[in-house]
Design a protein around this ligand. Structure first.
Ligand code: UDX
Length: 455
């Protein structure tokens, strides 16, 4: 069956996407939109003015419709993320409904909306207007399953987090240990649990849940979600390999700098460079930054390190870190996918954000996992203990960084590192099989397109 829709015969109708305004969420949503657009669907982006995407970066036939957010009424996300997300949803609920109603009245051709799973208010607005709504989970299937299991985790005493039980296996949610469970330090656990319940409820009442994952890495998780939700589930990932779309937020991306990075990588031997990035949100304090710098210097390997402006808590970055200038390159941002694809890159020290993880799996790059919060804890568990394509970095200390990198990259021939590289290479092939004609992700995408065609 062809994936191509023909707008002239009505199959390529308008899909309204509603991304959450954060890079890790917008990136997969825009990749999904690009995949739908490439197969003939018209796209409208219903977005908040907070972190609004730049229309100039997208195909000229995308439409952009903004929703103002009264920033003054929102609690600081960094202080209480759960309260922030509830307030963000509440503050946009009426505007989502108004804008959607206006689109329906003006064109009548909106066939469905695709909202981030976090936008339960947008899901509700679509339901009230009778518009079919799909939900996109931008992180792992395991993370969504954690959302579903949260009441049991609380009832059975796995949470609130108890350090003395950190290594206990969670029977309800294998392979997680208590320390791998998503939790939140800045919000009350009740608020957080209530929020997760609303995400799950929105997905349960949706027309289907789209997952940025693929069967080879999360088969059982996808099955469990399917059984638990009783709506169609579409594991179409990894979306970075399904389509490309420019980064949705202006990240001060400097193309000259990107060229310098890639030129620098060109000068390095195959597999010799460690790429270090903690994503777009995680922060470290000055002490942790210094430990990380010393650990990197100790490894003896060349490294490319992303230190974002604002990544250091409690003050301006002090980059006088006594780094070996001949071996280390420190940049405020890197073209991550291109870097991971580069033959010189031998390992990735990552915070285990989901996009970074699937991008690394797609390129067969082994990982040193330094999860900082939230779903990153569980993703690191999968990378290191289930897929076994990474090693855990046990806290940001000079020695822990050095020893994790040593296990992956040497110096010297390290059997463990060799086996990890082989498994990473094998998973890269599985990504290719998943997205190829007839592969599981390809079939899921076909199913999604069929579903949309039926709305
Ligand atoms: C956030 C949460 O931190 C994470 O737990 C959740 O899984 C997704 O949302 P973020 O910190 O943004 O994620 O990390 P990640 O999901 O890995 O996304 C980062 C994106 O930024 C990736 O697509 C990566 O390629 C890109 N990036 C990052 C760059 O292009 N250049 C950089 O220098 C750093």
């Amino acid at each position: 069956m062809s994936l191509l829709c023909d707008r002239s015969n009505g199959t390529g109708r308008r899909v309204v996407i509603i991304p959450l305004p954060y890079l890790g969420h917008m990136t997969p949503m825009f990749r999904l939109a690009a995949a739908l657009h490439a197969r003939g669907h018209a796209i409208t982006v219903l977005h908040t003015e907070l972190h609004a995407p730049d229309p100039a970066s997208y195909p000229s036939d995308y439409r952009f419709v903004g929703v103002g957010v009264p920033a003054a009424e929102l609690p600081a996300a960094s202080e209480d993320i759960a309260a922030f997300l509830v307030a963000l949803n509440d503050s946009c609920a009426a505007a989502f409904k108004d804008r959607l109603a206006a689109m329906l009245a003006a064109e009548g051709s909106v066939c469905c909306v695709v909202t981030d799973v976090v936008w339960f208010s947008a899901q509700a607005a679509a339901r009230e207007l009778g518009v079919p709504a799909l939900a996109l989970m931008t992180s792992s299937a395991a993370s969504f399953r954690t959302f579903m299991a949260y009441p049991a985790l609380l009832a059975n005493g796995h949470l609130p987090y108890d350090e003395s039980r950190r290594d206990h296996l969670v029977e309800e949610l294998p392979p997680f240990r208590v320390r791998d469970l998503q939790r939140i330090d800045t919000s009350s656990l009740d608020t957080f649990a209530g929020l997760l319940e609303r995400f799950v409820d929105g997905a349960r009442r949706s027309s289907g849940l789209i997952l940025n994952t693929f069967h080879s890495i999360e088969d059982q998780e996808v099955r469990n979600i399917r059984d638990g939700l009783a709506v169609p589930v579409f594991p179409v990932g990894p979306l970075n390999k399904i389509s490309s779309s420019p980064p949705p937020l202006p990240q001060d991306q400097d193309q000259d700098q990107d060229c310098l990075i890639l030129d620098w990588l060109d000068t390095k031997p195959t597999g010799s460079v460690l790429f270090v990035s903690l994503g777009s949100v995680a922060t470290v304090d000055a002490q942790e930054l210094a430990e990380l710098a010393r650990g990197l210097a100790d490894t003896g390997h060349p490294f490319l390190w992303v230190v974002r402006p604002g990544m250091i808590r409690g003050g301006p970055p002090d980059l006088d870190l006594e780094l070996p200038a001949d071996r280390g390159m420190v940049v405020p941002w890197a073209p991550q996918e291109e870097v991971l694809r580069h033959a010189a890159v031998g390992a990735f020290l990552t915070h285990s954000g989901w996009n970074s993880t699937v991008e690394a799996l797609s390129e067969g790059v082994p990982m040193a996992c330094l999860p900082c919060f939230g779903d990153q804890l569980g993703t690191a568990r999968y990378a290191c203990h289930v897929w076994r394509v990474g090693v855990e970095v046990q806290g940001i200390k000079r020695d822990t960084v050095r020893s994790a990198i040593h296990r992956l990259m040497g110096p010297g021939a390290i059997e463990e590192g060799k086996e990890i590289r082989e498994r990473a290479h094998d998973l890269k092939s599985k990504v290719g099989q998943s997205i190829a004609q007839g592969g599981s992700s390809h079939m899921a995408l076909l199913g999604l397109l069929e579903k949309i065609a039926c709305f």
